[in-house]
Design a protein around this ligand. Structure first.
Ligand SMILES: Nc1ncnc2c1ncn2[C@@H]1O[C@H](COP(=O)(O)OP(=O)(O)OP(=O)(O)O)[C@@H](O)[C@H]1O
Ligand SMILES: Nc1ncnc2c1ncn2[C@@H]1O[C@H](COP(=O)(O)OP(=O)(O)OP(=O)(O)O)[C@@H](O)[C@H]1O
Ligand SMILES: [Mg+2]
Ligand SMILES: [Mg+2]
Lengths: 256, 256
């Protein structure tokens, strides 16, 4: 039974997609069979990790019954890592996806039911909102991981996120646990960053993951290289940090 | 007649909110009467620029006819700059806002009609999607300004954005012009950044604004200081860059 982890934050640009790609690749390097699910229609994972530039079938096609799940799942350049991309999505289709998630909050959970015995881990990249699609990701997950930058605008989104998690726990997924808050793009040389990190530990100490991801520009080469940093530069500080996150996740243990 | 500029990008974390706050404050410093409209329910402007921590009335109340526009508009610590915050928004209300914008794409345009003679400039901060709320911002605007980071994931969102702009031009706002693409968080010391900047100039040369905003951590103190960088540190390199953007915008000329 695969463990399902949803990478969530309503704050834009905090590193959800980067974390989803590098964490899943690091888990694959540790011998896990991993599926990476791109539930963010604007995500960029399909473009970054496969040569087909988003032309192939994806989640949007599977949910409309225009493709079977197996047709939409594609290998990546990382051994042990497969990707179910969002697929080609225009505005109408994006609306349709949000509509489907509103009508059936379990739409992603049901999709993953048939796949859970083929993988050890499923990592879901979600959009930068707390709307129906993100809630469907939380309803499908065993745990949620929140990337957070050490700055004020990102920190202040946490209470709202935790409210929504509580709602999901009450309405659709009582087992949903916190995988942790992952500090990303960390640069502690600044006063602002140190202040926010203090606030984080004071208010959420028990949820903050041990590993932190340093700010490192090399991580942005993923789209060019068609593979995440942990693959093209495995001994870089960013890659080692994501490897630590993978080990921390594996220590937390499997799904139920 | 105020000129209305929508700050848009479906990519998260590229600096929409930071640009909206600093550009409007810089325009106010140049003697313009400015209204800053927070059309992003998760924006953070209300929290950052006013002492009331989002308790006061906002756009959400005005659109539901629970408050008159004047009640929701609040002064800021910047002379000449007033703010119409999003207001206190939970998930139901956020859905409701998206619904309203779907039912009436001109909902924001109508709201601004009654205000345009009181201001010289209206700056709109929009959410990180291309959904109905962002389209309502584009329908209400004279021009759109796209903050863009010099990195691949942000660059690749441009074609899709320009498609949506064309749709809006055809369906609801033929006058909509491009104010420009503004490079933010720029650090040209990296190969990736220089590569993306080359691609940007090759493919969109005529739309790129002359001013660029350097990466500068001091800009992140806005929420603590309750005012944007251009006010608390006017001679810093980030502030001077936003002052240049304000001057460039004023040179482009007023709305019609
Ligand atoms: N540790 C890091 N160091 C430097 N840059 C990083 C790091 N992690 C992510 N980035 C860069 O920051 C930008 C935002 O990251 P990413 O796109 O993963 O965030 P996101 O939360 O998925 O954004 P969105 O809200 O648009 O979905 C990207 O350009 C990415 O390459
Ligand atoms: N020039 C800059 N230098 C350094 N940091 C910056 C700069 N501009 C913005 N930031 C920081 O980057 C983060 C993202 O900026 P901001 O929140 O303005 O982006 P956004 O596009 O509005 O995000 P969202 O998609 O969540 O609405 C913030 O923490 C902000 O303080
Ligand atoms: Mg993303
Ligand atoms: Mg914003």
């Amino acid at each position: 039974m695969a463990k399902v982890i949803a990478i969530v934050s309503q704050k834009g640009g905090v590193g959800k997609t980067t974390t989803a790609a590098n964490l899943s690749a690091a888990l694959a390097q540790e011998g896990q069979r991993v599926l990476l699910l791109e539930a963010d229609p604007q995500g960029g994972l399909g473009r970054s990790l496969t040569p087909t530039e988003g032309e192939s079938k994806g989640l949007a096609d599977v949910l409309r019954n225009w493709a079977r799940t197996e047709e939409a799942i594609t290998p990546t350049l990382v051994d042990g890592l497969q990707l179910l991309p969002a697929g080609k999505v225009d505005t109408q289709l994006e609306d349709r996806l949000h509509e489907m998630a509103r009508e059936d909050p379990f739409v992603l959970r049901e999709l993953l039911e048939e796949l859970r015995d083929r993988y050890d881990m499923v990592i879901i990249d979600s959009p930068a909102t707390l709307g129906h699609l993100t809630r469907a990701c939380l309803a499908a997950a065993d745990s949620y991981l929140v990337p957070i930058q050490a700055e004020e605008l990102s920190y202040r989104t946490l209470p709202r996120m935790l409210e929504v998690v509580e709602e999901i726990r009450e309405t659709s997924n009582p087992q949903l646990e916190c995988e942790g808050f992952l500090l990303t793009m960390v640069d502690l040389r600044t006063r602002v960053a140190r202040k926010v990190v203090n606030q984080l530990y004071e208010n959420y100490g028990d949820r903050i993951m041990v590993s932190m991801i340093p700010r490192t520009v090399r991580i942005q080469e993923m789209t060019d290289r068609k593979r995440p940093l942990v693959v093209y530069s495995p001994s870089s500080k960013g890659a080692l940090a994501y490897l630590e996150v993978a080990r921390e996740v594996m220590l937390h243990g499997p799904g139920d």
